[in-house]
Design a protein around this ligand. Structure first.
Ligand SMILES: Cc1cc2nc3c(=O)[nH]c(=O)nc-3n(C[C@H](O)[C@H](O)[C@H](O)COP(=O)(O)OP(=O)(O)OC[C@H]3O[C@@H](n4cnc5c(N)ncnc54)[C@H](O)[C@@H]3O)c2cc1C
Length: 367
């Protein structure tokens, strides 16, 4: 059977859309599918760093469109020790040459990436399309079966990539083993607030991090003038909080003295959102005819905010490796092994650090 596509990419958010754009721009035939239709929200806060995710947005040509949505460049950060009222001002984390970090709601960010992919002639985008089975021949993945609104369809591809997130269908279908696995230690709640100025009432120019014991409250100034206010809590606090989430979330946020007054004065938009404890893992991200990128291959507790940076940076590593293989410079095995090694070199240290600290954020005081 002829391959219809060089790459079938399952999942069209930060990992999948980034990979599709890079391969599509290089002239490879890409089928990008997602069971969602964009714009589409997803459960996630969305702070990412200048030298990481922001640099990738620039590389794929969506940074200007993202900035046009009004997300302030985050050129510094504010840290409140022990929930104190006054912050220490620190430089932005990993700002890179771009020199600022960003926070962009996922409905906005993912949509702008998908729109960019849609404009690339060698990418076919199918929304409302779910992958229901992986097709294999002689131990090699050769494509997948899709369930579309029009009915079922089989697709053959040189590589099938799972960019399908934490509950990756592709990872399960190919039996991708864990390289590392750790229990869940924390949960996150967050909401959006309007009229939430920066510290001292000035225009927001940095994220805010306020730690009290084993809990962190965050403020991420985001697109369209909203601030994302979030709370990472340990499991006993999660069990207490989830009984009356809205009321107890507010109770915890106002315990952070640097945020309390602005939180009380701001207008909440929409619901309180929450994500319970989720296992941490690193999966083997490659095999014959398949690869995993983003959360499908590596997921760590969100408290440290590394997921978008890794999804986008690792998509560039995979795109570069696949281009080497597709152009005949290296074999498939060499290309995928090189991606695996580079992904781990980039991501393992922060995975491990995130998991160790997730057990008790009081360890941050010693850092
Ligand atoms: C509460 C919370 C807060 C977070 N905060 C931050 C933060 O501040 N900063 C940060 O960097 N990271 C954060 N993260 C992590 C971040 O959300 C993830 O790392 C990131 O979304 C991973 O992107 P992805 O593209 O790999 O997968 P996802 O964003 O999960 O996208 C996967 C896509 O695959 C599609 N899909 C799944 N299965 C199928 C199928 N069978 N067929 C077709 N499509 C399918 C889904 O519809 C989805 O669109 C947070 C996560 C959570 C839960």
């Amino acid at each position: 059977m002829d391959r219809e596509y060089d790459a079938l990419i399952v999942g069209a958010r930060v990992a999948g859309a980034t990979l599709a754009i890079l391969l599509g721009d290089a002239g490879y035939r890409v089928l990008l599918v997602d069971r969602a239709a964009f714009p589409s929200p997803t459960l996630s806060t969305h702070y990412f760093r200048g030298g990481r995710g922001v640099t990738v947005l620039k590389r794929v040509g969506v940074l200007d469109a993202v900035l046009a949505r009004g997300c302030p460049p985050l050129t510094c950060q504010y840290n409140y020790r022990d929930g104190e009222a006054e912050p220490v001002v620190n430089p932005a984390q990993s700002p890179g040459e771009i020199d600022y970090c960003l926070s962009v709601r996922r409905e906005t960010l993912d949509y702008l990436l998908v729109q960019r992919a849609r404009r690339c002639p060698s990418i076919t985008l199918l929304e409302n399309t779910r992958v229901t089975a992986v097709m294999q021949e002689q131990g090699r993945v050769v494509g997948a079966r899709l369930m579309m609104p029009e009915g079922e369809r089989a697709v053959w591809a040189g590589i099938t990539v799972g960019a399908d997130g934490r509950r990756s269908f592709i990872a399960h279908a190919v039996g991708a083993p864990d390289e590392e696995s750790d229990d869940a230690y924390r949960a996150v709640y967050y909401c959006y607030l309007r009229d939430f100025p920066g510290p001292g009432g000035k225009a927001p120019d940095g994220p805010e991090f306020s730690r009290i014991e084993d809990e962190i409250a965050y403020v991420f100034p985001s697109d369209d003038g909203v601030a994302c206010v979030a709370l990472s809590v340990n499991l006993p606090t999660f069990r207490w909080l989830r009984q009356r989430p809205r009321e107890r979330f507010g109770e915890r946020i106002v315990a952070h003295r640097g945020l309390a007054g602005r939180f009380a004065a701001a207008t909440c938009e929409g619901r309180l959102l929450g994500c319970g404890p989720e296992r941490n893992y690193v999966r083997v991200p490659i095999g014959p005819g398949w690869a995993l990128v983003g959360d499908a291959g590596m997921h760590q507790d969100p408290w440290s905010g590394h997921g978008i940076d890794k999804a986008t940076v690792h998509a560039t590593l995979l795109a570069d490796a696949l281009a080497q293989w597709f152009s005949g410079r290296v074999s498939e095995q060499e290309a995928l092994a090189s991606y695996h090694a580079q992904r781990n070199e980039d991501g393992l240290a922060s995975y491990r650090q995130t998991v160790v600290l997730a057990k008790d954020l009081r360890q941050l005081a010693a850092e």
